[in-house]
Design a protein around this ligand. Structure first.
Ligand code: 26W
Length: 797
């Protein structure tokens, strides 16, 4: 039976190699084989995909539309084989054909159409919606260039363009027939009592569909990404006159819209092109949604019974005014009915409290790019004021000549959600306190999650195998079953197997680090990992300062009973974020000095592989012993890396921030290294203008570290390189690195002590896995389906 399937797979692969790729096996490259295998897998996704679509139509099922400017997808080949249940067969088939499955998998470019947490969450959600049989479409932009590639030159970040579409993308189906005209600028005219927008510029949004298959191939949804195309034909006349460049101009202009992902997470720039991208995605999606709706229905007022639209942060929040415009200007619905209808469809997820991340557009820019939407927004604002007479005068969408997208998204949604319990409370108290008072039932919480198929089953084969051996299969889509591991954590045989699995991952990572970074690390050392975007609030600085202090302490007592440690960093900085770039430089500078020190040797190594991305996370997460989640309390909305590490048996060292709070609750304080000020204490501490000076003066260790930095110990070629940093530490330190330093050092010492007792450590690690069930994105999506979308699974009998 199995042989038969392998034989079928092999003949399918060879057929694709021959007829799709036009290659003879002896001449086929790694790329050819990878594409042949990918097409073979894609063929098998198409069947559940069609079946899902047919069923949704036949049952007239309510559909979910997820609007996101980012999808941080990563590679798809192995993920597809796993969800189809063909992982091992595919490997055997490729081996029989003389190909190395791993090499094929790693040949696939990592699709990085996102910056960080928000984009990766969207990708996990797509997979969970497919697993749960929730009829859904993801809408996004098909960026030609995803997030930039990172290199280090002299320890500093250098960005180079990313080119994932250099080779054809195996998973997508171009849909040239599904294209919509998107307008910008122009004027608004009144015709027969209706306001009509006459855009001054237009582009075409052209669809590219990628099927997303769920666990066991029971359901598949569509990720529809829009590419921008010119609406005007190539100017043949100009071309014939010899004006070649001018002839190609409209095309070049249109294409800039989907050319590149904005690499700034957390600081919005107010750039016109970004606003245009947001409208491009949103308008194309809404036109597509209404076209599909009208194919089966005639009453647009019933739209909310059939359509739920989720806005992933404020980026697509122009959806409110655009849906009103389509319903009223284009389809003739009275304005307030259109507003009610739109609101009943729309939901808004907030992902950040950082004030600099909240999008605001100058009314000048906004009114220029989207003149009709500007008018509609003013009408929404006055409608809201009229229907809520208690609204304070300073609350509203348009204030101080700016359009505030957070307020717009809030007012135009029937539900607003935060992404962890703490975050949702802070959204109520700090971000929208007045709107929350007016609409006390609107803000709810949906704690984030991650898909256990990619983040456990796929990336950690040794542990996934042990879990299945111990509690059987079925945990993959019912992650609470991991609780079944708990009784085994007192069993020496299980613990030792758990340790073997972890060690296997660490050895593999050590080999890769040797190859990629040229640093030799001891696989028995404690692997301490902090990977995420580089940002001051995430406090990679705190981590590297503790590393310096640790190095200093070991040097002062080299024969002490130290627990060997490997500090692993990973992450990109926004290209224009100077302070984050300085932190990267510092980490690399410290690594050069420490790694070359014979006195500390294997007791302390620092590695910072360049270009952290989804694929790198899949190597690092399974091999981690300790998960660094050390943001200033009240700043990290949720975190999702924290959940991946927990699932893979790495206890957290962390603050009471984001979903750490819930991780601590689930895993128990004895299995978590907690330290630092709480969100409330942070607010109080900042009121003392002298907080950082006082904290440094109270800590001998931190003073020593500041001294070493000031002397240029890590920058012998430029002794004053970190003077600015030291100065800011003494005099501002907004993110309270100094205030939390001693507590962090103490928590790290606890981690050392715990690691030194192997059985104790393994038990903690295993309990982290056993208690991570809550953090499956299936649980999160069930929450959205119930609380926000009012939609049921189409897979239910
Ligand atoms: C407009 C510029 C911009 C771009 C991206 C501003 C803000 C963003 C995102 C909201 C940043 C982001 O990725 N936020 C992260 O979202 C994750 C998923 O909910 C959370 O786990 C992280 O805590 C949050 O930082």
């Amino acid at each position: 039976m199995i042989d038969l399937t392998v034989a079928t797979l092999k003949s399918d692969i060879l057929r694709h190699l021959t007829y799709t790729l036009g290659k003879d096996a002896p001449n086929a490259s790694l790329y050819d084989w990878r594409m042949a295998l990918s097409f073979t897998m894609r063929d098998r996704i198409v069947e559940p995909w069609f079946a899902s679509t047919r069923r949704t139509w036949a049952e007239d099922h309510k559909r979910v539309y997820y609007l996101s400017m980012e999808y941080l997808i990563g590679r798809l080949l192995e993920d597809a084989t796993i969800n189809l249940g063909l992982r091992d067969l595919a490997e055997t088939a490729m081996n029989d054909l003389g190909q190395d499955f791993r090499a094929l998998v790693e040949d696939e470019p990592d699709a990085a159409l996102g910056n960080g947490g928000l984009g990766r969450l969207a990708a996990c959600f797509m997979e969970s919606m497919a697993t749960l049989g929730c009829p859904a479409y993801g809408y996004g932009i098909r960026y030609e260039h995803g997030l930039f590639r990172q290199r280090f030159e002299g320890g500093q970040q250098v960005e180079t363009p990313e080119d994932w579409l250099n080779q054809p993308h195996a998973w997508e189906f171009p849909r040239p027939e599904a294209a919509y005209t998107i307008g910008f600028k122009g004027t608004v005219e009144s015709r027969d009592g209706r306001d009509m927008w006459l855009p001054g510029e237009t582009v075409l949004a052209s669809a590219h569909d990628t099927p997303v298959v769920g666990w066991q191939g029971k359901w598949a949804n569509t990720l529809r990404l829009w590419g921008a195309m010119p609406t005007t034909q190539f100017d043949l006349e100009r071309f014939n006159r010899g004006d070649y460049a001018a002839a190609a101009e409209p095309e070049a202009l249109a294409r800039t819209l989907s050319r590149v992902l904005y690499p700034d997470d957390t600081t919005y720039q107010g750039k016109e092109l970004r606003l245009k991208q947001e409208f491009f995605l949103t308008s194309a999606a809404l036109q597509d949604i209404l076209r599909r709706y009208k194919a089966g229905h005639s009453d647009l007022r019933a739209l909310p019974e059939h359509v739920a639209i989720q806005m992933n942060d404020t980026h697509p929040s122009i959806a409110g005014p655009e849906l009103i415009r389509l319903l009223s200007d284009v389809h003739g619905m009275p304005f307030e009915d259109a507003l009610d209808t739109a609101r009943a469809c729309l939901g808004y997820t907030n992902h950040t409290l950082l004030p600099e991340a909240l999008e605001r557009w100058a009314t000048y820019t906004f009114g220029n790019v989207l003149p009709r939407h500007m008018q509609i927004i003013e009408r929404i604002d006055s409608w809201h004021r009229r229907t809520n007479p208690n609204t304070p005068h300073y609350v509203g969408i348009v204030k101080h000549h700016e359009v505030r997208m957070g307020e717009l998204a809030f007012i135009m949604s029937h539900k607003v959600n935060g992404v962890s319990a703490l975050h949702s409370d802070l959204v109520k108290q700090n971000l929208f306190p007045e709107l929350h008072l007016l609409h006390p039932d609107r803000i709810i919480n949906e704690t984030n999650g991650v898909t256990p198929r990619r983040w456990l089953k796929m990336c950690n084969r040794p542990l996934a195998g042990l879990i299945s051996q111990t509690i059987g299969d079925g945990w993959e889509d019912d992650l609470d079953r991991l609780k079944g591991l708990e009784p085994h954590v007192t069993d020496a045989g299980f613990l030792s197997a758990f340790g073997v699995a972890k060690r296997q991952n660490k050895v593999a990572l050590a080999h890769w680090i040797e190859r990629d970074c040229g640093v030799t690390v001891d696989p028995d050392a404690l692997f301490d990992v902090q990977v995420k975007r580089i940002h001051e609030y995430k406090r990679q600085l705190l981590n590297i300062l503790e590393t310096i202090s640790r190095w200093d302490a070991i040097r002062k007592n080299p024969t002490g009973n130290w627990v060997p440690r490997v500090k692993i960093f990973g992450g990109k900085s926004a290209p224009g974020y100077a302070v984050a770039k300085e932190i990267i430089h510092l980490i690399n500078d410290v690594a050069s000095v420490v790694n070359a020190d014979p006195l500390t040797g294997d007791l302390l190594k620092i590695v910072y592989p360049a270009n952290y991305n989804v694929s790198m996370a899949e190597r690092l997460v399974p091999a981690a012993d300790l998960s660094e989640q050390i943001s200033t309390a009240g700043k990290e909305a949720s975190g999702t890396g924290n959940m991946k590490f927990m699932m893979n048996g790495a206890p957290t060292i962390g603050t009471l921030d984001g979903a750490n709070v819930e991780i601590l609750q689930e895993v128990g304080a004895e299995n978590f290294f907690l330290f630092g000020l709480t969100a409330a204490e942070v607010v109080v501490r900042r009121q003392d203008a002298e907080h950082s000076r006082k904290a440094i003066e109270a800590s001998q260790k931190l003073q020593d570290v500041m001294q070493m930095l000031a002397e240029g110990r890590f920058s012998p070629d430029q002794r004053d390189r970190y003077h600015g940093l030291v100065h800011r530490m003494w005099h501002s330190d907004y993110f309270l690195v100094a205030s939390d330093f001693d507590a962090y050092v103490a928590a790290q010492a606890e981690a050392d002590a715990a690691y030194a007792n192997r059985n104790h450590w393994l038990k903690m690690a295993a309990l982290n896995t056993a208690r991570s069930g809550f953090f499956s994105s299936d649980r999160t999506i069930r929450g959205y389906m119930r609380d926000i979308w009012s939609v049921e699974s189409a897979l239910q009998p």
